[in-house]
Ligand binder design. Structure first.
Ligand SMILES: [Zn+2]
Length: 159
């Protein structure tokens, strides 16, 4: 399908990806991408009877196995990892259907930019966060993943 790009007005592609998640239900990921200016926007809708049951999810990640837990984040979902001091505010167009490991990769990418651009205490702090993420990925440190979404379109879904 085609849609006009909200940035440059050129013809952008609109794609739908459907996910069936066992014991949970269906979710649809919408992706708008513009070949002219590179604009990209994603959103998620959960089509599940569980959708409205829960607005807040909390998962303790303490083993390598927990890295594979599925995470759905809509444009209205906020993510918090208190142990790392990480807060990801809701942002339109930045939705995903991923895993705990995928969330950590996103945090790593943001922190790596900080390390490049910052110095002093901020850089030290960022390096510490990256080190903790390595430990968490190796199952040697734990963290809590908190996901909140008033629209019910975000979820943490253990197997
Ligand atoms: Zn564009």
């Amino acid at each position: 399908m085609k849609e006009s790009c909200p940035v440059c007005g050129a013809e952008a592609d609109l794609q739908f990806f459907s996910y069936n998640i066992p014991h949970f239900g269906d979710a649809i990921l919408f992706v708008v991408s513009c070949p002219s200016c590179g604009y990209r926007s994603t959103d998620v809708r959960i089509l599940s009877e569980f959708k409205d049951n829960q607005k807040r999810y909390e998962l303790v990640v303490s083993s390598v196995r927990d890295l594979n837990v599925r995470v759905i984040r809509s444009s209205f979902g906020s993510i918090e990892i208190p142990e790392l001091g990480v807060n990801i505010e809701p942002k339109e167009g930045e939705s995903f259907i991923s895993t705990v490991e995928g969330v950590l990769k996103r945090v790593e990418r943001v922190v790596e930019v900080l390390i490049r651009d910052e110095g002093g205490a901020k850089k030290k702090r960022a390096e510490w966060v990256l080190g903790q993420i390595e430990k968490i990925k190796a199952g040697k440190a734990r963290m809590t993943l908190i996901l909140e979404d008033a629209t019910g379109n975000s979820a943490i879904i253990p197997d």
